[in-house]
Structure formats: structure tokens, C-alpha cells
Design a protein around this ligand. Sequence first.
Ligand code: UD1
Ligand code: CA
Length: 456
Amino acid sequence: MKKYSVVLAAGQGTRMKSSLYKVLHQVCGKSMVEHVVDHLSTLDIEKTVTIVGHGADAVRNVLGERSHYALQEKQLGTGHAVMQAESILGGCVGTTIVICGDTPLITPETLETLIKKHKELNAKATILTAIAPDPTGYGRIIRNAEGTVNKIVEHKDCNEAEILIKEINTGTFCFDNELLFEALKNVTNENSQGEYYLTDVIELLRKQGEIVAAYCSPYFEETLGINDRIALAQAEKSMQRRINEKHMKNGVTIIDPSNTYIHVGVTIGKDTAVYPGCVITGNTAIGEECTIGPNSEIHECRIGNKTDIKHSAIYESEIGDEVNVGPFAHIRPNSKLSNKVKIGNFVEVKKSSIDCNSKVNHLSYIGDAKIGSDVNVGCGTITVNYDGKNKHVTTIEDNSFIGCNSNLVAPVTVGKGAYVAAGSTITKDVPSEALAVARAQQVIKENYAKKMNHRK
Ligand code: UD1
Ligand code: CA
């Protein structure tokens, strides 16, 4: 039996109070609608159609070729939304999974179970339901005395008895594709919101005598529909827990999972320990046996093995094996720290490469620099890379030694094995093996203190 899917993503998301369309809000670094489409992509689905409306282009940009699209020009309800897929799916024989773009936590496993139940029961429609501790806002599942599903009633249309029901519609269904589009034609908008509800298809199919089933998921948490920022934060927490548990199962130590924020795209090798207060985002890849944190932000980086990062911010950079960064370092985009490099406290590195074994241990600014291997950059060294108009490169070759509190005015090169005396302002290239001293000579005035004594 072929499978198809329809993702509802045309709504504005009024309750988010946002200029960003609802389904594009991110949960752990990935938009809600991408989570949904990525889950579907694991299910061997023939065609996925995303219904777009508000922010159609933005949604298309995010999903690209992962989906087909149908435009819903006016948001007249979820039933009307699914109708828009008819031009693509009408006449297809098979099972269609309908899912809302605002339920990013539903796992592929739950979807698989739903599809399995749908097949086993030979149903024409199967609803994914859950028991909600607080069902406010959700459609309620109305069952008859035998327990079979009769219909779904939206929260706003519930009577006094219905509103007490805790079994809710998660917004995810399996349908017989042909019956779905046929039934949708009979859905009306005679309800409190004046919308064409997808949920009305259930009662229509029941009345036709078709088998309608429900699979009640034991995981309500997964089925959370995100309509406002409060639910968005809840979803972030749930997804976070899931991501952290995945890493821990893979052999990563996370000291305090409730205080560790790792986005979906991140990979971490075994025996790496992540300390509290870390935010690791983008497609960051961290190797094995590293110590990360506490309190570090790492975005879009590649980090090797046995590297140690403390209290630091690192963005879009590449870091090798056995590197030490921090505490309190800032590594800005396009930097490359090779193996065994040491970056100490209050050091900023920007768009620079630093080769093996080199050290920048304290209070330095390294910008637009190429630093070789085994270089020692003394405390307080500054690459003067900006002349007010352009940025220039500082080159420091292998084995050289930069004395404390030096200014290297770029463009400038310090040759291999050269020395720069502490306190120098270097404006001309330093040949290899040479010593450059570029500071005022020290002057001694003997007995100066005595002369000053008259002031007492
Ligand atoms: C919907 C269900 C409700 C269920 C809940 C689960 C209906 C009528 N109600 O309610 O039973 O408990 O989801 O989270 O189906 N959308 C469109 N076009 C439209 C309207 C909505 O594409 O015209 C999309 C939205 O972008 C959203 C999804 O459909 O992704 C659900 O719409 P929403 O307004 O959030 O429905 P709920 O009120 O949450
Ligand atoms: Ca919703």
C-alpha cells in the first residue's frame, strides 16, 4: 500500500504574536515544520504535500525539495487546507497521513505505530489521540457506549459534557486517500469558528458506515500542538530532554541535562563530558574525550578529540585535538586552532589560524592573523589589523616569541624563530631569528626622589 502525507502549514499562528510564521519558529535549532517533514521522510512516503499560505515562500525556502506544495490562499480551516492537496494527491490509491506543522514532537515511532494500527484494523480513518491533563484548546474525541469513535468536537464547539473529555485529537491522522478527498467535499463551515474542519471528516465517514479507529498514544508530551510561546518553551524542554538522552545513550556524559542546551544538528563523540550551562548549536561536531564547559556557547564548530573548553564563546570555527580554550575566551568565525593550541583567559581570536602547539595564554587580540606552530604570544599582545578602512594580515612564523604587550601593526610579518621585545610596536617586518625592539629607551634619573622631597 502506498503512503502519502499532507502537512498543514498555512496558518498565520495569531497566538504566537509574531512576525515570523508559526511553523517557522524553531525548536532546538530546527523549525517546527522541518521537524515534521524530517520525521515523515523516515517513513517511506511516496509524496509529501505541504499546505502553505501565510509565509508560503518562507516555508518553501526552508523545506526546499523535501516536499511538494499546495497553496491555500485563504485560511478557511484545516479541512479546506487538506482539500488544496487534491490537485496532487486526488485519485491516488493508498494511505494518507495528515499532520499539523505545529506538532514537531511526534516521533517517527509513534507515526509508525499509527500506520500499523490503521492497517491492522482495516480502518478508513485512524486518529492519533492522547490523554491530555489539560485538554483546553484541543478537539475532543467522542466515543459511543461501545468505545468506538463517533466524532471529534472542537473545544469551542463542545457542550458541557464534551468539554470534560480528556482524550484529545493530536491533529494527526491516517486516511484512505480516496475516501478522504470525497468526504472533504461534504464538510461545511457551520461551527463556532466558521471554518471547514478536517475533524468533521471523522463523523462523515462514520455515518457512511466506514471503520474509524483511534490510536491513543501513551505519550501526551509528544503530541503537544504549539499555538503560543508558552507551548513553544514546553516543546523546547521536551525536545531538549530527548536530544540529551540520545547523547547520553551514545556515551556522552551530561552533568546536568536540565541545564544543557544542545540543538538537533549537533554530534558528540563518546566520553566527552558536557558541563552545565552549555549552549551547543548549529551543525557542531565535537569529538571524543573532550571536556566542554561549564558555561560555553559553541555554534557551528568542528572540534577534535581530547579538547578542553571552559567558559568560552566559539563560533563557526575549527578546533583540533588536545586544544585548550578558556576560561573566558572568544573565538570568532573562520578561525582555525590546530592540535595542542592553548588559548587562555580574555583572549579574542578572529578569522585567524594558529598552528600546532602555539600559545596565546592571556589578554590578547588576534585578528586576521596567521600564526605558525610553536609560537608563544605573550600576554596583552594585539594584532593591529584595522586602519579604519581595511583589515590587514599579521603573519607570525613558526617558533617565534612575541613579548608581552606588543602591538603588531598589520600588514606585518614576524619571521621564523624571531623575537619581539616586550612592549614593542612593530611596524616593519622582523627577519627570522632576529630580535626586534621597538620601544622607547629606558632613562634613569638618579636621586630623583630626593629632588621631589621639597614637596613634603
Ligand atoms: C487543530 C484541530 C484540533 C486538534 C489540534 C491539535 C481542527 C479543526 N482542529 O486545532 O482538533 O486538537 O489541531 O494540535 O483540525 N492550518 C492551515 N490552514 C487553515 C487552518 C490551519 O494550514 O486554514 C494549519 C495551521 O498552520 C496549523 C495546523 O493547520 O499548522 C492546525 O491549525 P490550528 O489553527 O493550530 O488548529 P488548532 O486550533 O490547534
Ligand atoms: Ca494547533
